[in-house]
Design a binder for this molecule. Structure first.
Ligand SMILES: [Zn+2]
Length: 299
């Protein structure tokens, strides 16, 4: 109850919930500055040997990837994602999603990560995360959900980050030989290193986001995401409600193809959630639905 009041107060006042929080507009600007090609302040060559080192490290041992390295890998994967999609231009929407995401991330097991949330200008129904705290949702998703549903999706993505699911998937790809082949292809003079290393990150990132995470990771993120959303004061049935929408989506609708192709079937996810949740969270459900457009008008 206290949490719910807190969320209402947060939403009504439009304030950041704690001292760690940042101005979302600045965070977004910072995100762009950090990861958009051509807007980096440091010369690209100062970063690239680190990229090579990080990929090598990832292929050798996941345990040696500490938090700063995890954030750097995430920054590069986020750049891969933003390389193919634009950020949505509506700053009020970006601010809202960033606030919502940061609020939920503060209730997670890793509140100290530099969490950044952004909306991609894409009509599809998708959400992506990258190590270190980067979370993206598409505009096509945001316009089809209410606040509790969006909270459920963000909480699911936050769980992928806190549980280091992407890093584990990348390490598994490395062990399967994919990274070795990519690294082996890098026998070129130093002055060509820039193109080669970014090509490696690009290849790995594209492969990761096209194939998705493992089913067990998705089921875990569903379970933990529902609990996290509830802990942040939102209706725990937000995520199940999204899964019902996905279940109803025509499988050949191109807007849903990627999400459906990279996740277990929605009915299976619902069954797993039901088995895990039972009626445990029923007491927290039943809150009135808040439309995102309504929330934006309040600011
Ligand atoms: Zn997921």
């Amino acid at each position: 109850m206290k949490k719910q009041l807190c969320v209402l107060a947060w939403a009504a006042a439009g304030l950041w919930p704690c001292a760690q929080a940042q101005d979302p507009a600045r965070a977004l600007g910072e995100l762009l500055r950090q990861i958009k090609p051509g807007t980096q302040s440091a010369p690209a060559t100062t970063r690239l040997p680190a990229a090579n080192e990080l990929l090598q490290l990832l292929s050798e041992s996941l345990e040696r990837v500490d938090q700063p390295k995890e954030i750097e890998i995430g920054r590069q994967l986020a750049a891969v994602l933003l390389g193919s999609k634009l950020l949505h231009r509506d700053l009020a929407l970006q601010t809202y999603v960033n606030r919502l995401g940061r609020w939920i991330s503060l209730q997670s097991s890793r509140p100290q990560l530099p969490w950044t949330f952004a909306v991609l200008d894409d009509p599809g129904f998708n959400a992506f995360a990258a190590p270190g705290g980067y979370v993206f949702v598409t505009q096509g998703l945001v316009q089809r959900v209410d606040e509790a549903e969006l909270a459920g999706i963000l909480a699911q993505e936050i769980t992928h980050v806190t549980a280091r699911h992407h890093l584990q998937a990348l390490a598994a790809k490395a062990r399967s030989g994919m990274l070795t082949r990519l690294l082996a292809a890098q026998v070129r003079p130093n002055n060509a290193a820039a193109a080669t290393i970014s090509a490696q990150v690009l290849a790995l990132g594209r492969d990761l986001y096209a194939s998705g995470l493992g089913q067990a990771d998705e089921f875990e993120a569903d379970r933990e995401g529902v609990t996290l959303a509830a802990r942040a004061g939102f209706d725990p049935y937000g995520l199940p409600s999204v899964l019902q929408q996905l279940r109803a989506a025509a499988p050949d609708n191109p807007l849903f193809t990627l999400t459906l192709g990279t996740h277990p079937p929605p009915q299976q996810r619902l069954d797993q959630l039901e088995a895990a949740m039972g009626s445990r969270l029923d007491a927290l459900s039943g809150q009135a639905s808040v439309a995102i457009a309504q929330r934006l008008r309040m600011h």
